[in-house]
Write a protein that binds this ligand. Structure first.
Ligand code: MSP
Length: 502
């Protein structure tokens, strides 16, 4: 099945930090999860490069805006590569294909009769590129809001209020989780939507509004449309292209809670107006915080660069900690101690140790290849069944938008294999047929663990599969499969214990 996953396109106003990496890792984890089922998954990310915020950041860096965004965008692209994230399409909103696409999309809104001219007056947060009502303050940035007054095009958002409510009511999985869904629904039920100002005259740094050159599109319109334009990177702006629409039909947007309104209210309304299906789901993460404050460029004390962390615990280590320890949707304070504790306890002592011990012991006691030589004892089946149950529970957790619980199923499964290993003590078994059987049973469940671990620790899983002599591509269909023979190859430790003085 075709699936399309997106991260937000990140503002090219500064360098990437751990908060951006977190959302991107969650999306990549789901990309790998989909691939286990044989899905054809496409992950798009990119950079949001227009608007006042970017223009000002370039000015204060003393750079031409286009050179500035090239440099920032390159940093994001390099970071995703360094973290091993499987980016299929990196979309930049300053690209020619995106601009053409955004203009074609705009014309659809106009053709639906949803655009009209007016004047926008009101407070605005440049850091969020977001409108507020009189008397409101921005919940993210503590700076005073600026007042904007300018002629503007408006989008008839108010027309879509009832359609939005009924879509969210009838699609329980549209907004993950229930708390966020209820938040959006109660907002929509309790407040009349006002039409949205969708163009600017006060900046030239944007996508020109078709047929009205004094205006550029409001940066959020241009940014949201990037989710569609990423599916048409080289081609013409053909909104009815079948390949594009086929892929679009199975879309999940991974976003932070700070941009839920844009994705749950503005974007669906724009899509309805332009004649597109709505995404299947919005998977909403909470904030990574430092000292209780959101990690954000605008608060430099909180900013953490992910790369030095990967030097300390490996990129699997960082990925594991974020996915296992942060319950999706919650805010979690980042701590170096917790990162190291989690990597040592779950990965070095539990998972890594299990694979290394097993391979070393099997090679010593039985050689590189062997067959199952005796009937199973009752405990052998129980272990295999238990792993099957963990694998099923993992899929349920993933499908419910709960990767932290899915990760727990994986370590619990590894712990049960460790316990079996201890109990059976194959280093003491004298009977050759029983030894071969015990090692064969453990080998089989280790193969299963390499499937379950693939979304979380892909580098280690690639090594472990080499060590177990199985194909590089893990698949759910292989779980519980009885192999004719087992074989191992020498393998370097997967996760050396981390000991650093903090
Ligand atoms: N450019 C817009 C998004 C447009 S999408 C059509 C934007 N960019 S951003 O650079 O501010 O990044 C937003 C996303 O980065 C958040 O929604 C969230 O997914 C992620 N995060 C940024 N800081 C974060 C934390 N401190 N914690 C968790 N996620 C964080 O908004």
């Amino acid at each position: 099945m075709k699936r399309y996953l997106t991260t937000p396109i990140y503002y090219a106003s500064g360098s990437p930090h751990l908060g951006h990496a977190y959302t991107t890792l969650v999306a990549d984890c789901y990309r790998r999860y989909g691939q286990l089922a044989g899905d054809d998954v496409l992950l798009a990310t990119g950079t949001d490069e227009h608007g006042h915020k970017i223009e000002r950041a370039a000015r204060s860096a003393g750079m031409a805006t286009s050179a500035f965004v090239d440099a920032r965008s390159g940093e994001f692209e390099r970071l995703w590569r360094a973290l091993g994230i499987g980016v299929d399409q990196f979309e930049r909103t300053t690209s020619g294909s995106h601009k053409a696409f955004a203009q074609a999309f705009w014309q659809r809104l106009a053709a639906s009769g949803d655009l009209y001219r007016g004047e926008y007056v009101g407070p605005y947060c440049i850091d969020c590129e977001q409108y507020f009502s009189d008397g409101e303050t921005c919940p993210v940035h503590s700076k005073p809001l600026e007042t904007f007054r300018e002629p503007s095009w408006f989008f008839r958002l108010s027309r879509y209020q009832d359609a939005l409510i009924s879509h969210i009511e009838s699609h329980a999985a549209f907004i993950v989780s229930a708390t966020r869904r209820n938040e959006v629904l109660s907002f929509l039920r309790g407040n009349a939507l006002r039409d949205l100002s969708v163009s600017r005259m006060s900046t030239r740094w944007g996508v020109p509004v078709p047929g009205d050159n004094g205006h550029v599109m409001y940066v959020w319109i241009d940014a949201l449309v990037s989710y569609l334009s990423a599916l048409s990177p080289a081609g013409p702006a053909d909104l009815d292209d079948e390949t594009l629409r086929g892929r679009w039909a199975h879309t999940s947007h991974f976003i932070g809670k700070d941009i839920l309104t844009f994705h749950a209210i503005y974007w669906p309304a724009l899509l309805m107006s332009a004649g597109f299906a709505l995404p299947e789901s919005l998977v909403v993460n909470g904030w990574l915080t430092v000292l209780g404050r959101k990690i954000a460029k605008s608060d430099p004390e909180t900013v953490i660069n992910p790369l030095p962390l990967t030097e300390m615990v490996g990129r699997d280590g960082l990925r594991w900690y974020l996915l296992r320890s942060v319950s999706l949707g919650r805010d979690v304070d980042f701590s170096h101690e917790a990162l190291i504790r989690s990597v040592n306890a779950d990965l070095a002592n539990n998972v890594g140790n299990l694979f290394s011990r097993f391979i070393a012991l099997a090679r010593k006691r039985i050689g590189p290849e062997w067959r199952c030589e005796a009937a199973f004892a009752p405990g052998d089946d129980a272990l295999r069944d238990g792993i099957g149950r963990h694998a099923r529970a993992m899929r349920i957790a993933f499908d419910a938008g709960n990767p932290a619980i899915a990760a727990r199923e994986f370590v619990d499964a590894a712990a049960s294999v460790n316990a079996f290993f201890q109990r059976q003590a194959p280093w003491q078994i004298d009977s050759q047929p029983r030894l071969a059987t015990v090692l064969w049973v453990i080998y089989g469940v280790l193969c299963d663990l390499t499937v379950m671990g693939a979304p979380f620790i892909p580098d280690a899983i690639a090594k472990a599969r080499l060590g177990l002599g199985v194909s590089a591509v893990p698949s759910w269909a292989d779980i519980g499969v009885r192999r004719d023979s087992a074989r191992t190859l020498p393998m370097a430790p997967l996760f050396p214990r981390v000991s650093v003085d903090l």
